[in-house]
Design a binder for this molecule. Structure first.
Ligand code: TYD
Ligand code: MG
Length: 507
């Protein structure tokens, strides 16, 4: 058989042909075929004459193992560390700390083997200065400053790194994929070739990608399809940074990693439960509710702020970039239906203090409470935290780990927790050591009995405040929740119990 030495690869879609064509039969683009040496190497390895399948029992399971980065916040977002033979894209606005995070990860990587940090943006001296600053001077860390794909790949061939960082993918250039660096063609082509290298060498490759203010990876969306995981590094408030996976073939996309940028690099926030809370003395303003959310595997207490103002010109809008705006609209609609409070003529503004994006459905109840409080001008009781998902019919649906959420809120000094009961007949509560002990007292009108619970003895949990007894109010409808909330901490008066306002009277 004649050995093929040259292939032509479409720089748009990666399709290969044995001879040059004017138009790619795969994607239909014109003049995109380029003679490809790197691809030849890959093509021989992956599509060559020695292609064969393997019996599943003969596959070495160790080849799919993880390399923990040594930074637990990063590892959790990845699903337990870098997966061998995988490619990861780390996106973020310039200056957010992508280079810092990856340099720290390179230095902290616990597995044996060389680590290669390729930079097309900084000089070796600049990288050395940053490494000194964040304590990333390690023997096995190699630095290579170049933007040339062929040079980068030949360094990879000789270094054989277990982890390669390409900072950034937008600077990598090969003459085979068009004239200008940073174009969609260049990025796709380079990402594909570097990813194939990582897969065939059972190593990990991480691409840094700059994103625009709208959160789009500048250049190609297509690079996101090539890699196994896409991480978004975002600025929350001040020096707080959040890390999330928007795509992850080897883990969940629910996990949230939190860091603080400091003089000497990024520091993990190991216990984030209270970092997003706003410290307040005494009364809280109206429009504010505290939600107990379960983001990934951790509980966070977040303050939700709502503002409603009459809409101008008859068109209403929801302004919410931390919580999905369609969820806000849905909760406002449920609220209007259940309580008669008018939201359909209001502009709604929603913010999450601390600036972290929240995706968990357990935030519904607090969102509803914040909206109610904003619309009526009545503040919620301080010391109240809540969790619960709302159905379109206004029922409060159960959320996972309600008891654990309640305990976390209690440990942070919240005296009342509003939420669904957990499991049938409070089974979950009993199991968690929260029910069945201490007196129960009658709830407010129409509300379920209030459980007074003794704190859990679980040593992994934080100790509750000295002598504090948790007041957990199980609510199963939005109406009951609002009634309980507005009546809590003060005498329930008809004006706070009857959910009617001026706007209702007008209509
Ligand atoms: P950098 O990692 O260069 O961001 P990116 O690669 O995403 O563009 O970090 C840039 C910012 O972080 C810069 O404004 C300086 C700041 N910084 C610190 O505050 N402390 C540090 O230890 C380091 C290395 C950077
Ligand atoms: Mg950088």
């Amino acid at each position: 058989m004649k050995k093929q030495t040259v292939v032509y690869r479409c720089s748009n879609c990666g399709h290969t042909e044995p001879k040059w064509l004017g138009r790619c039969p795969e994607c239909g683009q014109w003049n995109t075929f380029v003679e490809n040496n790197v691809a030849t190497r890959v093509a021989q390895a992956s599509a060559g004459a020695d292609a064969y399948s393997l019996p599943i029992v003969a596959i070495d399971p160790a080849s799919g193992t993880r390399l923990p980065s040594g930074i637990s916040e990063l590892d959790r977002v990845l699903g337990g560390g870098f997966m061998r033979g995988s490619a990861i894209l780390l996106g973020g606005e310039p200056g957010i700390g992508k280079s810092t995070l990856l340099l720290q990860a390179c230095a902290a990587l616990r597995s044996k083997g060389r680590v290669l940090y390729v930079s097309g943006e900084e000089s070796p001296a600049q990288i050395r200065l940053r490494a000194d600053r964040v304590g990333a001077i390690k023997d096995n860390l190699e630095v290579f400053c170049s933007t040339d794909l062929d040079k980068i790949m030949s360094v990879m061939d000789s270094t054989r790194p277990i982890l390669t960082v390409i900072d950034s993918i937008q600077t990598v250039y090969t003459p085979e994929a068009g004239a200008v660096p940073g174009t969609a063609n260049q990025i796709k082509y380079n990402t594909q070739n570097l990813t194939e290298w990582a897969k065939t060498h059972d190593s990990v490759i991480v691409f840094v990608a700059h994103v625009t203010k709208d959160g789009l990876i500048a250049g190609p969306k297509a690079a996101e399809h090539i890699v196994d995981a896409v991480l978004a590094f975002e600025q929350a408030e001040g020096d707080l940074r959040s890390l999330r996976a928007t795509k992850n073939r080897f883990g969940s996309t629910d996990e949230l990693g939190l860091f603080r940028m400091d003089e000497d690099g990024l520091h993990e926030i190991v216990d984030p439960s209270g970092v997003l809370l706003v410290k307040r003395d005494g009364e809280i303003p109206s429009g504010i509710a505290v939600a107990i959310v379960y983001e990934g595997s951790r509980i966070l207490l977040v303050e939700i702020q709502a503002l409603t103002v009459p809409a101008k010109a008859g068109i209403t809008r929801v302004y919410s970039d931390r919580i999905d705006a369609s969820r806000v609209a849905r909760i406002a609609a449920v609220m209007e239906k259940q309580t008669g409070l008018r939201f359909s003529d209001q502009d709604i503004y929603i913010n999450v203090a601390g600036g972290v994006r929240i995706s968990e459905t357990g935030i519904d109840l607090a969102l509803a409470a914040a909206l109610y409080s904003a619309r009526t001008g009545q503040a919620l009781p301080s010391g109240a935290a809540m969790a619960g998902e709302l159905s379109l019919a206004g029922e409060v649906r159960s959320v996972r780990q309600m008891a654990k959420r309640a305990r976390t809120a209690q440990a942070l000094g919240f005296s009342q927790v509003f939420g669904p009961r957990e499991g049938p007949a409070g089974e979950g509560l009993a199991r968690e050591g929260l029910a069945g002990e201490g007196p129960t007292r009658e709830g407010l009108a129409g509300e379920k009995p209030i459980r007074k619970a003794v704190p859990s003895k679980d040593p992994s949990q934080k100790d509750p405040k000295e002598g504090q007894v948790m007041d957990w109010r199980a609510v199963d409808s939005l109406k009951a929740a609002i009634r309980a909330l507005m009546g809590a901490g003060k005498d329930a008066t008809p004006s706070t119990l009857g959910i009617r306002t001026q706007s209702r009277e007008v209509t």
